[in-house]
Design a protein around this ligand. Sequence first.
Ligand code: NZQ
Ligand code: ZN
Length: 390
Amino acid sequence: MNSFVYDIPVKVYFGENQLGHLGEELSKFGKRVLLTYGGGSIKRIGLYDKVMAELTKAGLEVFELSGIEPNPRIESVRKGAEMCKEHNIDVLLAVGGGSTIDATKFMAAGACVDHDPWDFLNEKWAPIEKALPIVSILTLSATGSEMDMGGVISNLDTRDKIGRLARPMLPRVSFLDPTLTYSVSPYQTACGSVDIFSHIIEVYFNMEPDLYMLDCFMEGMMKTIVKFAPVALREPENYEARANLMWTSSWAINGFINGGKRKAWSCHPMEHELSAIYDITHGLGLALLTPRWMEYCLDESNVSKYVQFAVNVFGVDGSQEPMVVAREGIRLLAKFFFDTLGLPRTFTEVGIKREDYAVMARKACGAEGILRGFKDLTPADVEKIFEMCE
Ligand code: NZQ
Ligand code: ZN
């Protein structure tokens, strides 16, 4: 296996009644705070008032940027970066789901440079060497943005949705209170659960050598989602279910399970192209793609990993023929996404059209023309996977 560095310096306050620490944590970075949030859910659940009360109590000066979109747009990032410069902001406080936190990360980086923040993501790939400090309060368990250094931004003009990792964008502190996710809709709960699952699958199905300990950890996390996502759907205010989903979301993508694996992910690059053109929810795109991608990639050389997945995550009887066991694991995963979580099962249902397959497949494979993941995929392979989703 590969050597690796473990270094995840995000301070996490987990659980209820932790917001009392917000003022003290923000004050470490200065007095002037840019509070960022989305379309208003934080007001509807009463969180906005609680946050403002803490900020006022700590004597902080607050500037606000609201309206950050799901699949956040570069326009919001530009606006936030400008506000940071104009108001001499010391620290950004992102309150919301992955979209708000992601956009805030690029605002924090954009505040430290003179160029357009889109240059971090377009072909210029401008370096991200600095960012203002970021603190987050998570309200939706899905992306893991609260504990990772990544962010994904959409540009409707160019029909792009592009992600980037940069260490300065890691939140310094994140508040994870499962009760803040009680109000998340069944649809977003389902999509978030698929996203968490996918972050694990992208690492678990990877032809680089595995660390047994990490495989067990990943299987445990996948079982956690299979157990608790349906509970959260049935009983939105079940603390145990929401807490398990929330902590799994952070650990699925904070770098720990990666254990030195360097192969690229497969379903995420494909999904970002679906979201870029159709503006669909990220987790929905992943649900559509993942079981089909698994089926497409399955062969004699990798069947043992599928068997391990089927037996250890879904409890399939491993004494049968390996191919039978592998296919049963894929079938149960699809059943979980589409029947248990209730997500649409085809491109047709969500309006994704054949005419866009070629361009989405080409872009998913990047400049090199190959998606180097679990199994290397050409644009023609990706188009075939899209066809399997119809
Ligand atoms: O905008 P508001 O009003 O806040 O409503 C949001 C939004 O409509 C709502 N919501 C959030 N918390 C809520 C709530 N509604 C009721 N109660 C609450 N407590 O949910 C909707 C979706 O929010 P969004 O932030 O878009 O969802 P998510 O957290 O799934 O983020 C998705 C974005 O993150 C990117 C995705 O591509 C997508 O753009 N990703 C980021 C990653 C990362 N940073 O590492 C990795 C992921 O793979 C992913 O690509
Ligand atoms: Zn994801």
